[in-house]
Design a binder for this molecule. Structure first.
Ligand code: NAG
Ligand code: NAG
Ligand code: NAG
Ligand code: NAG
Length: 792
C-alpha cells in the first residue's frame, strides 16, 4: 500500500477508536467545554495526494475527529485557527483532551503543543517596576548603514504616522523582501512606506479563546491600540527625531539603535494577552517575508523547550539565519525568574542609563527623601506643605480584603483624602492607576512606596497628578513619620527637579530585570546580556495617554517606559547593525560578539556594576556577560559560533528524547554517537557554567571544550588570561591561539578543579571568574560560573 494511502486511512480509522472509547462518556458538550488550543505539527510530506492543499487535509482530519461523535455537523467556518507552512508545518485548533490524544497518536503528527498566553514585558504590569531612556545616538548616525536589514517586531502593532517611522532619504525596499502591508479600515496600505515595509496582524488565536474582539477598544489591524509595539519598534529602528520629549522630560534627540533599518510589524498582542498560536503564525510569516532580526518583548511562561511555542519558533527562525532577541522578563529581583531562556535565543535583561527624573519628597520634619517621576502637569504650590496620610480612610479599612493603602479603585474616602498627599503601597493595580484613584478622591498628590519585594529600584511614571515613587525603606521612613506625627498633622510636599543627566553609578541592573540561574538548563547562563531598559523615551500612539489608563486624555508623541521589553529592542537594533557590518555572521556569532565585548563595570571609573534592588554589587546571574557595548561588538576579534547541529547535540546531552528533539528542531537526532558523549556545558556558548553536585565528594572537576572563529585580523595571536573563581584551579590548553587567516577555527579546553566546600543540605554557592583571550587589540571575555550544590 502506498504510504499516503496508509496515512489517509489512519486518519479515517483512528476516530472510530475514540468514538468507541468515549461512547460511554455521555455528553460531548462537557468535553467541548474543556477544549483548549493546541499547536499541531505534522510531517508535511505525509499529505495524501487526494488533498490539493495542506489546509484541506488539516480541515478534513479535524472534521474526521469530530464527525464520529454526536456533534452538530461541521460549522461553515473553519475549525483551524491558523495553518503554518514555512518554519513550522501544521495548524492550531481547539481540541478536547480526547481529540488531542487521538491526534497525538497519529504517526505523521510530530507534536501537540498546548498554547500558553504571554504578555508584553513593560513594568506597567503592577507587580513590576522600572523605566529608563536611552541615548543610543552616535553609532553610525544617518549613513545608509543597515538599510538593507529588516527587523520584525512581534508585539502590539504600530502607530505608523509617527515621525520615528518616516522614510525620508531611504532607498527602495530591499529586493529580497516578500512581506507586505495588510490594509484594514484604520490602516490603509499607504500606512507602510520605505521605513515600515510590512505590517500584519494575527488574532485568530486570541479570538478563538476570547470571542470576537470589541472593535471600539482595539483595532482589528496592525494599528497599535496599546503603545507597547510602537515604543519597542522605535527603540529598535526609529529615525532621528528632534526635539523629542515626554511632557517636557528627557528633552533631546530620539533615535532607535538602527535608524536606517527597515521595520515590519507583526501584531500578536491583544487586550487579554499574546496567544502562542498567533505568535507562531507571526514567526512563520516573518521568516518567509525575509526579516533578518526578530524582536520579541513578550514572554512569561517557562516550560520545557519542546512544549514552548516561542522556543520552537525561535529555533526554526535561527535555523533560517534570523537573529531572535527576547526580553528576559520583569520578574526580578528574585532568583530563577528569567524567561525566554532557550540557548538559541538572545535573552536580554534591563539596566539603567545615566539619566533620571528626580522628584523628592520633603517631610514636615525637614527630611528629604529621594523619589522619581515624569509627572508633567501643574506642580504643587511652591513652598507649601500639604497634609499627608497613609492609605485612604480613617479606619484604615479594606476593599475586597486589601488594605486601603494599596489605593485600589473605590478604597479612598474623599472626605478623608481631599486636599492631601496620599502615601500608597505598590501592588495589585498599576502604579499610574493608583494616582488616578487618588486624583478622583480629590487628593492633591501621591507618594508611591515600593514593597519589600520591589526593593529600592524606582520607576518614573507620567502620573496624572503630582506624584513620585520612593523605595521600600523610604516608604518605611515615611510611614514612621506619619505615625509619630499623629498628634500634630503630618505634612509633606513633592519637589520635581526635571531631567538629570550624568547620573552615577550607571548602568545599574534594574530591580525588575529577571535573574538567573536558568530554571531549565542551569549550565547555560541566562540572561545573556543587559541593555537599557529603565525610563526609555520612544514613540507613542495618539490614541492613548502616556499612562495607558482610559481616563488619561493627555497625548504625547513620545513616552517614557521601563521593562526588559525596552531592553530587548536595543539588542535587536544592534543585531541588525552587526549583521549589516558582517553579513556572513550567524545569529550565534552576533550574540557572541555582543557577549564577549560586554562590560561589567559602571561609570564611576571601574567600579563593578550594582544591583538596583539592593545597592550591592551585581553578579553574572543578574547581567549575564554584562552590558552591551555597541562599538566594541562591531569588532570582537573572535566569535563562538554555534550551528543548528550543535544545538541538537546540546539537546542530546540534555537527555531529551529523539522525539522531543525533533519537536524542537525538526531534525532527526541520533543521540547515540560517540561525539555526543559530551556534556551540556560543551555547547559552544560564549559563557561557561559548571554545576557540581557535591554528594560527599572531596574534589570535583569538569572541562569545557570551546571553538573560536577568527573574525578580527587574519594573522593574530591570542593569549589567554584565566581569572579563576576563588579557591578553584582553572587551566586552559593551549594558552596561545595562532591564527593565520580569517574564518579559521581553533579549539581550546578549559579545566576547572575545586574542593568541596561546607554547605548545608539543599543549599548552593556560586563563584565566578572569567576567561579572556587577547591579541592586544581585542579582549574576548567569557564569564566562568561555578555552582556547588549540596544535595538534600
Ligand atoms: C465594546 O466596548 C465599548 C466600550 O468599552 C462598550 O461600550 C460596548 O458595549 C462594547 N461592546 C460589546 C459588544 O461588548
Ligand atoms: C548587601 O550587602 C550588605 C552589606 O555587605 C549585606 O549585609 C546584605 O546581605 C547584602 N544584600 C544582599 C541581598 O545580598
Ligand atoms: C543525562 O543522563 C546521564 C546518564 O544518566 C547523566 O550522567 C547526565 O547527568 C544527564 N544529563 C542531564 C543534563 O541531565
Ligand atoms: C583588555 O583588558 C586589559 C585588562 O583588563 C586592559 O588593560 C586592556 O586595555 C584591554 N584591551 C582592550 C583593547 O580593550
Amino acid at each position: 500500500m502506498a504510504p499516503s494511502l496508509t496515512l489517509f486511512l489512519l486518519f479515517l480509522l483512528s476516530p472510530i477508536s475514540i468514538s468507541s472509547a468515549s461512547s460511554s462518556s455521555i455528553p460531548t458538550i462537557k468535553d467541548d467545554q474543556k477544549k483548549t488550543t493546541y499547536i499541531v505539527e505534522v510531517q508535511p510530506d505525509a499529505k495524501p495526494s487526494i488533498f490539493p492543499t495542506h489546509e484541506l487535509w488539516y480541515e478534513s482530519s479535524l472534521s474526521a475527529l469530530r464527525k464520529t461523535r454526536t456533534e452538530p455537523p461541521a460549522q461553515t467556518t473553519s475549525a483551524l485557527i491558523h495553518t503554518y507552512s514555512n518554519i513550522f508545518h501544521g495548524f492550531s485548533a481547539k481540541l478536547s483532551p480526547s481529540e488531542a490524544k487521538t491526534l497525538e497518536s497519529l504517526p505523521h503528527v510530530i507534536s501537540l503543543i498546548p498554547e500558553q498566553v504571554r504578555h508584553v514585558q513593560t513594568t506597567r504590569s503592577p507587580q513590576f517596576l522600572g523605566l529608563k531612556t536611552t541615548d543610543s545616538a552616535g553609532l553610525l548616525k544617518e549613513s545608509d548603514f543597515g538599510s538593507d536589514l529588516v527587523i520584525g517586531v512581534i508585539d502590539t502593532g504600530i502607530w505608523p504616522e509617527r515621525k520615528s517611522f518616516d522614510d525620508r532619504d531611504l532607498g527602495p525596499v530591499p529586493s529580497k523582501w516578500k512581506g507586505r502591508c495588510v490594509a484594514a479600515r484604520d490602516f490603509p496600505s499607504s500606512s507602510c512606506n520605505r521605513k515600515l515595509i510590512g505590517a500584519k496582524y494575527f488574532c485568530s488565536g486570541y479570538e478563538s479563546t476570547n470571542g470576537k474582539m470589541n472593535e471600539t477598544n482595539e483595532f482589528r489591524s496592525p494599528r497599535d491600540s496599546d503603545g507597547h509595539g510602537t515604543h519597542t519598534a522605535s527603540i529598535a529602528a526609529g529615525r532621528y527625531v528632534f526635539p523629542a520629549s515626554t511632557l517636557g522630560y528627557a528633552r533631546g534627540v530620539a533615535a532607535g539603535m538602527a535608524p536606517k533599518a527597515r521595520l515590519a510589524a507583526y501584531k500578536v498582542c491583544w487586550n487579554s494577552g499574546c496567544y502562542d498560536s498567533d505568535i507562531l503564525a507571526a514567526f512563520d510569516t516573518a521568516v518567509a517575508d525575509g526579516v533578518d532580526v526578530i524582536s520579541l518583548s513578550v514572554g512569561g511562561v517557562v516550560v520545557p523547550y519542546y512544549l514552548d511555542a516561542i522556543a520552537i519558533a525561535a529555533f526554526r527562525a535561527s535555523d533560517s539565519g534570523v537573529f531572535v532577541s527576547a526580553s528576559a522578563g520583569n520578574g526580578g529581583p528574585g532568583a530563577l525568574s528569567v524567561t525566554n531562556i532557550a540557548p538559541w535565543v538572545t535573552t536580554v535583561g534591563a539596566g539603567t542609563i545615566d539619566r533620571d527624573f528626580p522628584a523628592d519628597v520633603k517631610l514636615g520634619n525637614g527630611k528629604i527623601i529621594p523619589g522619581v517621576s515624569v509627572y508633567g502637569g501643574p506642580a504643587l504650590t511652591p513652598g507649601q506643605m500639604y497634609p499627608l496620610v497613609y492609605g485612604g480612610n480613617t479606619e484604615g479599612g479594606a476593599v475586597d480584603g486589601y488594605s486601603s493603602s494599596l489605593c485600589l479603585e473605590g478604597s479612598l474616602d474623599p472626605n478623608f483624602v481631599k486636599g492631601k498627599i496620599v502615601l500608597c503601597d505598590r501592588g495589585i493595580n498599576s502604579r499610574a492607576a493608583k494616582g488616578e484613584v487618588v486624583r478622583k478622591a480629590a487628593g492633591v498628590g501621591m507618594i508611591l512606596a515600593n514593597g519589600v519585594f520591589d526593593g529600592e529600584g524606582l520607576v518614573a511614571d507620567c502620573h496624572v497628578l503630582p506624584a513620585t515613587a520612593v523605595g521600600a525603606s523610604s516608604g518605611d521612613e515615611i510611614r514612621k513619620y506619619i505615625s509619630a506625627a499623629s498628634k500634630s498633622t503630618p505634612v509633606a510636599t513633592i519637589l520635581f527637579k526635571g531631567t538629570r543627566l550624568g547620573v552615577r553609578p550607571a548602568p545599574v541592573v534594574a530591580s525588575f530585570s529577571a535573574r538567573g540561574p536558568n530554571p531549565v538548563t542551569p549550565e547555560i547562563l541566562k540572561p545573556d546580556v543587559i541593555a537599557p531598559g529603565l525610563n526609555i523615551l520612544a514613540a507613542w500612539p495618539d490614541r492613548i495617554g502616556p499612562t495607558g489608563i482610559p481616563s488619561d486624555k493627555r497625548r504625547t508623541e513620545f513616552n517614557i517606559l521601563s521593562g526588559t521589553s525596552m531592553a530587548c529592542p536595543h539588542v535587536s537594533g544592534l543585531a541588525a547593525l552587526l549583521k549589516a557590518a558582517h553579513p556572513e555572521w550567524s545569529p550565534a556569532a552576533i550574540r557572541s560578539a555582543l557577549m564577549t565585548t560586554a562590560y561589567t563595570v559602571d561609570n564611576r571609573g571601574g567600579g563593578n556594576m550594582l544591583d538596583e534592588s539592593t545597592g550591592n554589587v551585581s553578579t553574572v546571574l543578574d547581567f549575564g556577560a554584562g552590558h552591551v557595548h555597541p562599538q566594541k561588538a562591531m569588532d570582537p576579534g573572535l566569535v563562538y559560533d554555534i550551528s543548528s547541529y550543535d544545538y541538537v547535540d546540546f539537546l542530546c546531552n540534555s537527555n531529551y528524547t529523539t522525539q522531543n528533539i525533533q519537536m524542537i528542531t525538526r531534525k532527526t537526532a541520533d543521540c547515540s554517537g560517540a561525539k555526543r558523549a559530551g556534556h551540556v556545558g560543551n555547547l559552544n556558548y560564549p559563557s561557561l557554567t559548571a554545576v557540581f553536585q557535591q554528594y560527599g565528594k572531596r574534589k570535583m572537576s569538569t572541562h569545557f571544550i570551546r571553538t573560536v572563529t577568527n573574525v578580527g585580523d587574519p594573522n593574530s595571536v591570542y593569549q589567554v588570561t584565566a581569572e579563576p573563581p576563588s579557591g578553584m584551579v582553572v587551566t586552559v590548553r593551549p594558552e596561545k591561539l595562532v591564527f593565520r587567516r580569517l574564518g579559521q577555527r581553533l579549539n581550546f579546553l578549559v579545566r576547572v578543579q575545586t574542593r568541596a566546600i561546607k554547605l548545608s543540605p539543599g543549599s548552593s554557592r556560586m563563584r565566578t571568574g572569567s576567561i579572556v583571550w587577547s591579541d592586544g587589540k581585542h579582549n574576548v571575555s567569557s564569564p566562568l560560573v561555578v555552582t556547588m550544590q549540596q544535595p538534600l
